[in-house]
Design a protein around this ligand. Structure first.
Ligand SMILES: Nc1nc2c(ncn2[C@@H]2O[C@H](COP(=O)(O)OP(=O)(O)O)[C@@H](O)[C@H]2O)c(=O)[nH]1
Ligand SMILES: [Mg+2]
Length: 151
């Protein structure tokens, strides 16, 4: 149902944040396995990006190029992550984009959702935040509905 309609959204976040696994759940195509080496473009301007675009300073420019014409940025912060990976200001270079904070992997045993929320707030990621696990379809559906409501 809503899977086909997702449009104009890019998924960003550190290596292993769960971007590709989440995109697989949100779009209607199952070709996205293995390490993401370059941006993967799905129909309807849905883009999965390599974590290195966030993690490696030398590739931050490639991230900016990739997100330039995309309306919504879904930022994944793993629930078991200690740090906020995006360099200060990187995601605010272009104004007027939606930034959606997703706390991923909330099912992990060492998940600390409150810490992830704190990192988002400290870095001015706007609420609401979505707590997502690829093993919890309800959490995927809630995010999916929200993304569709932005279009
Ligand atoms: N437990 C758990 N593992 C996840 C979840 N999402 C992704 N993973 C795992 O985390 C690893 C990295 O996921 P991937 O989507 O490739 O991360 P990416 O580098 O951000 O694209 C893989 O082994 C996934 O199976 C989740 O919600 N829960
Ligand atoms: Mg990936």
């Amino acid at each position: 149902m809503e899977k086909q309609n997702l449009d104009n959204v890019v998924f960003v976040g550190e290596v292993d944040a769960g971007k590709s696994a989440l995109v697989d759940k949100l779009v209607n195509i199952e070709i996205n396995t293995g390490k993401t080496q370059s941006p993967i473009f799905y129909p309807g301007k849905v883009i999965d990006t390599p974590g290195e675009f966030i993690d490696k300073r030398s590739l931050n420019g490639a991230l900016l190029t990739t997100i330039c014409n995309i309306k919504s940025i879904v930022l994944l912060q793993p629930a078991n992550g200690k740090q906020f990976a995006p360099p200060n200001g990187l995601l605010n270079v272009y104004p007027n984009k939606n930034i959606i904070g997703v706390i991923s992997k909330v099912d992990e045993v060492d998940a600390d959702i409150e810490h992830a929320k704190k990192l988002f707030r400290q870095n001015r990621i706007p609420e609401p935040y979505f707590e997502v696990s690829i093993f919890d379809q309800d959490s995927i559906d809630k995010l999916s509905h929200y993304l569709l409501s932005l279009q």
